[in-house]
Design a protein around this ligand. Structure first.
Ligand code: GFP
Length: 827
């Protein structure tokens, strides 16, 4: 380990797996012991779920010593830690990842069989925690994996929601139905609840001014934040970091007086109110109550985390010297959700530790940095001042003062009055969290080059004019351990064979070494065989899990991501409809059709009407197409429900063609695009987000580009966009939309999709119609290449070889260098 930074780049030495690895027999004994003493069942009585819990606890034990050592080194070492504050951590299943990083994979497989169980059954017993909505939450999980793998001391801080993202089902009409995801229904062996390291988090009440001019917040109510610790083992780094997710408990479990009055519901009201805070991931915020709960959640985890960091780094000190706080830990604000941390740290420093305003401000601004993950205004949170005032009155005062100071600063920099008004953090009615984060932290970053540029040029332009040095970019990345090694063992083995080493798993740019092998037909054929085998596997998986009958000899064409208009699932489904019509009408000759299986995976926010209607349409297109003998063997559409990390790990390695077709300028980065490229899929995409950088790296000739650029989109908005003109001009498009309108996919009901059709024809904010022709045209190029199996696979292999940059290890190194200015722990 270098222990310093920069240097190319931080590469951990392999410190070997934690604790001396055990044999399979020994590991079987450890599982038996767990079964007996903690599960309290005999091996004979045990079910696969028991074995899963026992094995998980056994592997956790193997990581314990490294965890303790990492904690001690984090506090005592000379390296600043990272606190990643995120309302979402979409972790995926834990067991396989922990086994890999503990060096126990083979031992586990053998031990489980020796105990008389099927490995698959045991692994399947794990229930995936869904503590995130999509890319943002999964990114957080990749980042903490990489930090641990690089040996950087870090804490992930978030919320242990009792209910994660809803479970998605489809009803008989193809509509999305949301059911609660009670992931904690059974024993969950990974989180350790630590009642002795709790924090008190308070809300409401009023602020009183003391005789000496200081302020005292007298809150109305408090909840108990109890940490649940998850181990974050690094890959071959010997380090194990902590993901600390807070769970809300009540101090007043039960109101006995109310109970004695037979008011049974009232008796548990305080408990319910407190526990609601960590009950569910992102409750709907369209109502006042929903908004309030969401702000409560944000403050809850941020306040607990900041106090926790003080506890960790200044153990047992009543009067710690918090001017050193920014040398101990640097906090990353993952989107605007944790931004209330800025006034909270000010409050802690001033009210709890007696620092003056300027000292507190200097500490605070050094402590925080902000990552923006969007350009859509709806995702840049703006809180009604009245709500903050009710819930956090002291914070509102602090925010007002921050805003006053900010205005003075802008005036002194010669910024004009109107611009100052535009830049207000506090408008009198509202608090703009992105602005607060930008002013209150040291750095602001976007998540891909194009996105960071647009942040500077558009979304936060005024800020970047005044504070140009604050702005930087860090392009996202994904962990190769989960998304290549675990998800795609065949490809991993082939890469290792090709490179003669498996070191690429901690230095992903080594994949470049595969480039010459793209000229070696034998190697390319092996690569093609891997993809084929993965498709066969996926077909079996889809049969087992969903009852689908897939044909692995067709092209597997996948679009998986949150359902949102800007991501343009509409574009894909309209193209599918058009292709369907062409095959059916005989316009395209049967022998000219490239047989394709199209997959969608997506959840729509429960209150997002058009997104939910799009899901319904896709399901009904699937129903019609898959049951039509005229297109059998040529085209099929499947929508496996409840898309999650597990499904991603199965589907991505089996995909030939990946869809990244958002309107240019709207997708901040995308991370699915990286996962697909690393797994040897070709991408069809627009010049958006990280697509731009992927294309640059893999080569324009190895990427199917189509559609308008950001500038063209802007120009079109300025000219006045008229979607109907595209409908009129392109007969394919017209026909496809007419089919949606005429009841083809709704058993003759012409009204079923009218809101969607009306939106396309009159609004189409994300210009699906304008990009349709270009999208259809690129398909012929795609199909021509696909017909040449060797060439297709050669290009796909070049995608793998040139995507090493998109490792989250590299993202973390960029954060270390550009934002956090810290380094891995010395050994
Ligand atoms: C969001 C953005 C994506 C970006 C991720 C991670 O994810 O472009 O890649 O954050 O930075 F939109 P989603 O919520 O869209 O999944």
């Amino acid at each position: 380990n270098t222990g310093t930074y920069p240097g190319r780049k931080v590469r951990m030495t392999e410190i070997t797996a934690p604790k001396s690895p055990v044999t399979a027999e020994q590991f079987a004994d450890e599982i038996r012991e767990q079964l007996k003493y903690t599960q309290n069942v005999t091996t004979e009585q045990a079910t696969p779920a028991d074995v899963y819990v026992a094995a998980s606890k056994a592997v956790r034990n193997h990581l314990a010593d490294s965890w303790f050592k990492t904690q001690a080194d984090t506090v005592n070492g000379n390296t600043k830690a990272v606190g990643y504050l995120s309302a979402e951590f979409l972790m995926g299943k834990q067991l396989r990842n922990a086994l890999l990083n503990a060096g126990l994979t083979e031992q586990f497989d053998k031990a489980v069989e020796a105990l008389g169980f099927k490995v698959q059954d045991v692994v399947d017993a794990e229930y995936e925690p869904g503590l995130g909505n999509g890319g943002l939450g999964r990114l957080a999980a990749c980042f903490i994996d990489s930090l641990a793998s690089l040996g950087v001391p870090a804490f992930g801080y978030g919320i242990q929601y009792k209910y994660g993202i809803f479970k998605q089902e489809f009803d008989k009409d193809g509509k999305q139905v949301e059911t609660p995801d009670y992931w904690l229904a059974n024993e969950e062996p990974w989180g350790h609840i630590d009642y002795n390291r709790d924090q008190k988090v308070s809300f409401g009440g009023k602020v009183v001014e003391n005789a000496d001019g200081t302020k005292t917040w007298q809150p109305a109510w408090s909840v108990r934040a109890v940490p649940v610790d998850y181990l974050v083992p690094g890959y071959k780094s010997g380090r194990v970091n902590t993901l600390r997710l807070w769970s809300a408990k009540s101090y007043d479990e039960f109101d006995l007086l109310a109970f004695n009055r037979s008011e049974y519901m009232e008796a548990v009201t305080p408990q319910v109110k407190a526990e609601n805070i960590s009950k569910i991931l992102y409750p709907e915020d369209s109502t006042k109550v929903g908004k309030e709960l969401r702000l409560e959640q944000q403050y809850f985890f941020v306040s607990a985390s900041l106090h926790d960091a003080i506890r960790v780094f200044y153990p047992g000190q009543d009067k710690p010297d918090l001017t050193t706080f920014p040398n101990k830990i640097v906090f990353q604000l993952n989107d605007t959700h944790p931004v209330i941390g800025i006034p909270e740290l000010m409050r802690i420093l001033i009210d709890e530790y007696g620092y003056d305003w300027d000292t507190a401000w200097s500490i605070t601004t050094k402590t925080f940095n902000y990552t923006c993950h969007t350009l859509l205004p709806e995702a840049l949170e703006v809180w009604p001042a009245s709500l903050i005032g009710e819930l956090l009155p002291r914070h509102l005062e602090i925010i007002e003062k921050i805003n006053a100071q900010f205005e003075d600063e802008l005036k002194s920099k010669g910024v004009d009055k109107n611009t100052i008004k535009d830049m207000a953090i506090y408008t009198g009615d509202a608090v703009r969290m992105a602005y607060l984060a930008t002013y209150g932290g040291s750095h602001v970053n976007g998540v891909a080059e194009l996105h960071s540029q647009l942040l500077k040029d558009v979304t936060l332009k005024n800020f970047s004019d005044v504070y140009p040095d604050k702005f930087t970019n860090v392009t996202n990345g994904v962990t190769p351990r989960r998304f290549v090694k675990l998800a795609n063992p065949r490809l991993s083995d082939l890469i290792t064979e090709g490179l003669g080493t498996d070191k690429w798993l901690s230095d992903l740019e080594m994949l470049k070494g595969l480039e010459p092998l793209a000229k070696d037909d034998e190697f390319v054929k092996k690569f093609a065989a891997v993809k084929k085998a993965n498709k066969v596997d996926f077909a079996a998986y889809a049969k087992r899990e969903y009852g689908f009958e897939l044909d692995p000899n067709t092209m597997f064409n996948t679009m998986v991501k949150r359902l949102h208009e800007y991501k343009r699932q509409s574009l894909k489904i309209l193209s599918v409809i058009s292709t369907y019509a062409d095959i059916k009408s005989g316009k395209v000759k049967a022998e000219d059709v490239t047989p394709r299986t199209v997959f969608f995976g997506a959840k729509a926010a429960p209150g997002y009407y058009l997104a939910k209607m799009t899901i319904q349409l896709i399901n009904n297109v699937s129903r019609v197409v898959n049951n039509d003998p005229d297109v059998k063997g040529k085209l099929a559409v499947y929508f496996p429900w409840n898309y999650n990390v597990r499904l991603a790990q199965h589907l991505i390695p089996a995909t030939d063609l990946d869809e990244q077709i958002s309107q240019a300028g709207k997708e901040a980065s995308g991370t699915g695009n990286m996962k697909f490229a690393l797994n040897g899929a070709m991408t069809v995409g627009t010049l958006d987000g990280a697509n731009v950088e992927i294309r640059e790296r893999v080569g324009a000739e190895n990427f199917f580009l189509f559609g308008m650029t950001v500038d063209e989109v802007e120009k079109k908005y300025a000219e006045g966009y008229n979607p109907a003109s595209y409908y009129e001009a392109d007969p394919r498009l017209k026909h496809a939309i007419d089919m949606v309108a005429d009841g083809t996919f709704s058993n003759g009901d012409r009204n079923a999709y009218s809101p969607l059709v009306a939106d396309w024809l009159t609004k189409d904010w994300f210009m699906t119609l304008a990009d349709f022709s270009a999208y259809m045209d690129i398909q012929s190029e795609i199909e021509a290449l696909y017909a040449d199996e060797l060439e297709w696979n050669r290009k796909a292999l070049l995608n793998v070889a040139n995507s090493g940059y998109f490792s989250s290890d590299r993202s973390m190194e960029d954060y270390l260098e550009r934002i956090w200015h810290t380094a891995p722990l010395a050994d």
